[in-house]
Design a protein. Sequence first.
Length: 372
Amino acid sequence: MPKKPVPGFILRGNVWHIQKVIKGVGRLRESTGEREIERAEAYLARRLAEIERQVIHGVRPVRTFREAAIKYLNEAEKKSLSRDAASLALLDPYIGRLPIDQVHMGTLEPFIKDRRAAGKSAGTINRDLAVVRNILNLAARLWRDGFGQTWLESVPMILPVKGPKRKPYPLSWEEQGRLFKLLPEYLGNMALFAVNTGCREQEICQLRWDWEEKLPALGTSVFILPEWIVKGQEGKTVERIVPLNKVAKSVIEGQRGLHPEWVFPYKGKPLDRMNNRAWRTARKEAGLEQVRVHDLRHTFGRRLRSTEVSLEDRQDLLGHVSGRITTHYSTAEIRNLIDAVEKLCERDRAPELTLINLNKGAKEVRAAQDFV
């Protein structure tokens, strides 16, 4: 005689699943994750008690930070999601198993202490904490369960840690030649574009062909970066114009035809960031482990200053928000900015800066000359 099915359960494969109608609540359908019926029944008893507390007393179910992190990674739409995933992987051993209402500065302190001991800067640690802050804000303000309750009642203050700011490290010409020759072609092109335009990492990674503006009167083109990609101060952003000197133009021409949308594709997609394993390996081999991708922008700014480009033009070229900046430049103003960045190609001791990928299909990053 076949065994009668247990009321409220159904066996799928080797695992018991709940299928039960709860009065005043509705149908409960979920896996118990258990193979033994006794353990499945104990799981159901706990769930019923949890639902009763939630419905009658308004008590939120206990959810761990790990559950919240998984939900965030599955639902978020961010260009830098891989960076957030890396932060969450580091945070998980410290707060992954904690209920989300127990995540605060006190429980984060061991993580902060260990990161400091590992030599991480305050900026790096604060980027990790920002992910925690973002998830807790979503849990308290957006995410709701089937009963309309938010995952978290209130958000604790997650304060940024303080520490000395890492000083900029503009590259010398010799250091640039040493580093760039060790980069793979795709990354070398991006780095060379950075030191000749001052573009930020994400501006380069996300650069698109439809942002290019042809200027027939000047026989060249510029890129107009939209507001959403340009980093501003105090929440203020404006479009940014990116003039091209002859080195930057050579890089752009070498990229044409590689992808219909992205200027700097890698395996058919844009990179999440330039600071990848190839970058870190190259700078280590070059003896320049202190150099960050953002230092390419500092290099651009320092060289503009050394060639006596005016403060106003430097602000425009670096995309700094000011009361006067606008993308509605006259032809004469654009020509002035192009002349300014062209000075970066004029060197007393060498004929030209590194030029790479002049011909499509170039197999390696080449330096036109090593600078001493």
